[in-house]
Design a protein around this ligand. Structure first.
Ligand SMILES: *Cc1c(COP(=O)(O)O)cnc(C)c1O
Length: 410
């Protein structure tokens, strides 16, 4: 009998009971706006920021409406000029070039390596040729580059690093939390990330002037003193009437849902690690399948899994995906001609200038991706690995198929 997987790749865990109770309390008192507090009350949003700052060791934290908003806000706070170049990973998610475009920047894409991190040689060449002041470094799918080397390179080039930590909340490089290397870091609390409020974002930084500008941009009006993880009022003096209000605040309802999740982030990371390692073990030494090495200095969050099918034809890859989907294993493919659901590629983003990245094209052509929601068990990961392995062997070693289309996965 053919084994079939019946779990859902999009089912997250419920909100912890403590979060549900806190959310109900906010709904009952009705003070959902972060600056709407009773005398003596500290808003859930201000507490959430304080707790995330403590968790990461950052001096300042600002909670906002989404990860994409956080990235645009960071660029504006850094005084990005209209039409200015922003270096960024070619392998990333659409909100990254979207945020650059929204802030008025011009995305310059950098090649990806086979280890799914930014290519340092291409980064250096394009930083020099464009004179860019900013790198929006996307830790796409949780793969951290050598952060020590990256920061040394960017410091030498005079490039300010903004970290996109949408997939690295809870990760670290050499024991330093992801998001603590660059000048400012952005996180997402969208449902498929590591803590779930449906939508939401964080900015963290140690730079008081930068964070004062970000707080004002987020729509603080003259109420910034109600923050607890923001710089002191002096930092706002010169800019409080200069920075435009680009409303994108977090509200107390979502903050109430998130606070208990921060407490269990460490435990979640450990469970993700177990799922990831089980799947990795099940796929090790599968002919035709290349796994992505994880450096010893990297402590990552295994909320998704990637593997490569190097040099497979599009038709063979599409057949493999079809066979896996038929057995309940929903795989996403970065090599598909058309963007599908969440999955798209740099050449699909027509709001950025057309650019040629042959190395990225070759790597993404064979790149397969799957989610590992925490509702999966390690046994689920064994089943998934067996199915992928069996189909990779059967399709990979079978005859060249013709006229096969990739299935559409959410
Ligand atoms: C999800 C995500 C973001 C931010 O997304 P929002 O939906 O705006 O919170 C940014 N970068 C990457 C790589 C992402 O996956």
């Amino acid at each position: 009998m053919t084994e079939v997987f019946t779990g859902s790749f999009t089912q997250q865990e419920p909100i912890p009971e403590e979060g549900i109770a806190a959310a109900l309390a906010v709904l009952r008192h009705g003070r959902l706006h972060r600056y709407n507090t009773a005398p003596g009350e500290v808003a859930e949003t201000a507490l959430l920021e304080e707790e995330f700052a403590a968790l990461t060791g950052a001096k300042y934290c600002l909670a906002v409406a989404s990860g994409g908003y956080a990235m645009g806000c960071a660029l504006r706070a850094l005084d990005l000029q209209a039409g200015e170049a922003v270096l960024t990973n070619a392998f990333t998610l659409a909100p990254v070039p979207g945020a650059i475009a929204a802030a008025g920047g011009r995305a310059i894409f950098i090649e990806v390596t086979e280890d799914l991190v930014i290519d340092f040689a291409d980064l250096e060449a394009k930083a020099r040729s464009t004179g860019a002041r900013f790198l929006m470094l996307s830790h796409m799918r949780g793969h951290l580059c050598d952060m020590t080397a990256l920061m040394a390179l960017c410091d030498a080039l005079g490039v300010t690093v903004i970290e996109d930590c949408a997939h690295t909340m809870g990760a670290a490089w050499n024991g330093v939390a992801s998001g603590r290397h660059g000048a400012i870091a952005c996180y997402s609390m969208q449902t498929y990330k590591h803590i779930n409020a449906g939508e939401g974002g964080f900015l963290i930084s140690d730079d008081p002037a930068l964070m004062a500008r970000a707080v004002l941009l987020s729509g603080s009006y003259m109420l910034y003193a109600k923050h607890r993880a923001a710089p002191p009022p002096e930092a706002f003096e010169g800019v409080r009437m200069v920075m435009p209000n680009v409303s994108g605040r977090m509200d107390n309802l979502r903050a109430a849902i998130l606070r208990p999740q921060l407490k269990v982030l460490g435990e979640r990371v450990a469970r993700w690690d177990a799922l990831y390692r089980r799947l990795e073990a099940g796929l090790t030494a599968t002919p035709g399948v290349a796994l992505v090495p994880r450096p010893a200095a990297e402590s990552f969050v295994g909320s998704s899994f990637q593997f490569r099918l190097p040099d497979w034809s599009p038709a063979r890859t599409a057949l493999f995906l079809q066979r896996c989907v038929a057995r309940g294993v929903e795989l996403k493919w970065f090599g598909a001609a058309e963007p599908v659901a969440f999955t798209s590629r740099y050449d699909h983003w027509h709001y950025a200038e057309p650019q040629s990245l042959p190395q990225t094209d070759r790597i993404l052509a064979g790149l397969i991706d799957l989610r590992l929601p925490l509702t999966f068990t390690p046994q689920d990961c064994e089943i998934i690995a067996r199915i992928i392995r069996a189909e990779a062997l059967s399709v990979g070693q079978g005859p060249e198929p013709e006229g096969v289309w990739a299935p559409a996965i959410q």
